[in-house]
Ligand binder design. Sequence first.
Ligand code: ZN
Ligand code: ZN
Length: 349
Amino acid sequence: MTEMQAAQLICPGEPLRIETLAVPEPAEGEVLVKVAACGLCGTDLHLAVDGDLPVEHTPITLGHEAAGMIASLGPRVTNFAVGDRVAMFPAAFCGTCRFCAIGRESLCERSKVYGMARNGALADYVTAPACSVIAIPDEVAFDIAAIITDGVSTPFHALRSRGQLRAAEAVAVIGCGGLGTHAVILARMMGAGKIIAVDVQNEARKRACALGADFALDPADKDFVRTLRAKLGRSGVDLALEFVGRAKTAELAIRMLDKTGRAVLVGVGMDKPSLPPLAAFVGREQSVLGSFGMNKADIVDLFALVAAGRLDLSASVSARYPLSQANDALQHLARKEVGVVRVIVEPGS
Ligand SMILES: [Zn+2]
Ligand SMILES: [Zn+2]
């Protein structure tokens, strides 16, 4: 096999072009992965539909949420073999900088995100640094492994690694799309107390409740805080996760906190949220934290949870498309229909 198909971004905001390219050669320390499944997410919509995210160069193959089988090894790769089932960390990290060294791989100083700075996995084959691919347990299917690498590990990182969720704590999830939906499922699995879903869409609120939220609130509700306190039986939550990336919702996350509460901001954008008066914020010992992506350990632990039967993500794959229909898959996600959690592209299908 010397040629392959790849879905490439030629011009941001325009449909992807399905191109025939040479199968890439893995460089020293890299592996070549035959892609079995690649999830799409909001980032892909920003790149290929809205065109409001920068890419380092074009044409570039999109796809940063992938799993497959090792097809060949570059020089000096000893910890994997051809045929191994692996998932890819969403960015090619270096493995040696001071952030990689302490297991904070999403903060890598030489990180290259697939589909933005390096060719991604919406292709039959993709190369990746061996240090940044993760073995998949036999019990975990390729499509589930793929969505875990970003769509599930991002909220898990926010809940566990950044939010330090402890059993019985009250959790608010603001923005119940793909990431928020998984946050509700994960918070429940992790032993959260009351879980409150916040979304402007009635259908999204209903779905969050069906997946385990105890009640849902509309941020447009004029009595929002009063309703929250009445339903919760206390003055706020211990942990509020923000997945929208807007000043208003970030401020809402802080407003929902009890004393000692942590607001974890996951959504990104150029908005500038403001803090409450210092007397209130300091006097309540509250925290505001950023949460960017995931650590490799988050993905490894999620694989173990799915393999052990503790976490069921089978309802998260909403649709599957062959690589030749990558644009249809993007449009499916762009319609933002309620009930669509993750859309998967399966090269080779
Ligand atoms: Zn993503
Ligand atoms: Zn690094």
